[in-house]
Design a binder for this molecule. Structure first.
Ligand SMILES: Nc1ncnc2c1ncn2[C@@H]1O[C@H](COP(=O)(O)OP(=O)(O)O)[C@@H](O)[C@H]1O
Ligand SMILES: [Mg+2]
Length: 328
């Protein structure tokens, strides 16, 4: 589906509302008040679609005071976070380049969300591990401040080692699934010998014990997958430091395509793919390659200022004007 409209017409708003309505959060901001129209008290997004042949109705409201609430087929969800386990939405916006060029934290967050979608049975691992690190850090600070003995840190050391090892294994498995498809899609888009790598090893109790003195001094756990990173390379070059903006964009797009394909093939989940402001930055050949690929992996919604930006005939053409969306 192609969404066209002049600059400032509301294309990004439309895609953002689809993301918020299906995932419960904006790809642009964590400040929910920004999702509400200026001068209004709340916002409501209602979406209808089908999932595996059955109708799916999603409704999400954002209120300045009451926060966010979501309903699925009329039934209230316990939290809007639940949406993420119901619908997979993959998004590209120019901000997403941060996945490749940003710091390790941005990459960890990105790949841990991929992990949750690709390996849904282990979706909770990143949060469980983070909680264990938080508990160990709190225990370190109590012991460091003389409020408890250092043996109080021990159970958390075991917990961090166990959950950390499970998290590293799940991340490696995720990268193992995404990596080969990523390399193929990147190659097609003109990024040669692209690869994903993982820097980090599973933490062990022995390793954590060996650094207990330092950890007590600093009050934080100085080893473990909360400090690991994913490398995105093309041949010998790490794209974070040595990739052009264009190459970084191709890498982010290839990651998205790879995940969409893995989800479709492995889990039979065809994600909703949202691509904002991507076409104008690609040359004609890459635009065609991308257009052919996205048509095959799920429902894709692409924005552009004009209909000629897409080299294929879209299944549906929408035109956005301020405050309105109409069939083009
Ligand atoms: N919370 C808000 N309340 C009212 N208007 C907003 C809000 N956030 C953004 N806008 C306005 O929405 C308009 C459409 O923006 P956008 O969707 O980014 O356009 P496009 O992607 O088509 O260029 C912009 O003029 C912007 O100032
Ligand atoms: Mg826009």
């Amino acid at each position: 589906m192609l969404v066209t409209g002049a600059n400032g017409a509301g294309k990004t708003n439309l895609l953002e509302s689809l993301h918020v309505g299906t995932q419960g959060f904006s790809p642009r901001t964590r400040v929910d008040a920004q999702l509400v129209r200026l001068g209004c008290e709340g916002a409501r997004i209602a979406l209808g679609g089908d999932r595996a042949g059955r109708p799916l109705l999603l409704e999400l409201t954002v209120h300045a005071q009451q926060g966010k609430r979501a309903k699925l087929n009329g039934a209230a969800l316990r939290s809007v976070e639940q949406l993420r386990s119901e619908v997979a939405t993959l998004v590209f916006t120019p901000d997403r380049l941060v996945v490749v060029k940003g710091g390790p934290a941005a990459r960890r967050a990105y790949f841990d969300r991929s992990l949750a979608r690709v390996l849904p049975a282990r979706a909770a691992l990143p949060l469980e591990y983070a909680a264990a690190v938080g508990q160990r850090n709190a225990a370190l600070r109590r012991a460091g401040g003389g409020l408890s003995g250092r043996e109080a840190v021990e159970p958390w050391t075991h917990q961090v080692a166990a959950l950390g090892a499970a998290l590293v294994a799940a991340r490696l498995e995720t990268l193992g699934l995404l990596g080969p498809v990523f390399a193929e899609r990147a190659d097609e888009l003109g990024l040669a010998e692209a690869a994903l790598g993982y820097t980090g090893v599973p933490p062990t109790v022995a390793e954590l014990d060996a650094r207990l003195e330092r950890d007590l001094e600093r009050g934080t756990t100085g080893a473990g997958p909360h400090l690991d990173d994913v490398t995105v390379t093309s041949g010998p070059r790490e794209l974070r430091s040595f990739g052009s903006q264009g190459e970084q964009r191709l890498a982010v797009l290839s990651l998205l395509l790879a995940e969409a394909e893995v989800l479709a093939e492995l889990r039979g989940v065809f994600p909703l793919v949202l691509l904002d402001d991507v076409l104008s930055e690609l040359d004609a050949l890459r635009r065609r390659t991308l257009a052919e690929r996205i048509g095959a992996v799920g429902q894709a919604i692409v924005t552009a200022t004009g209909a000629d930006a897409l080299p294929l005939e879209p299944a549906q053409l929408l035109e956005v004007t301020p405050g309105a969306v109409s069939a083009g």
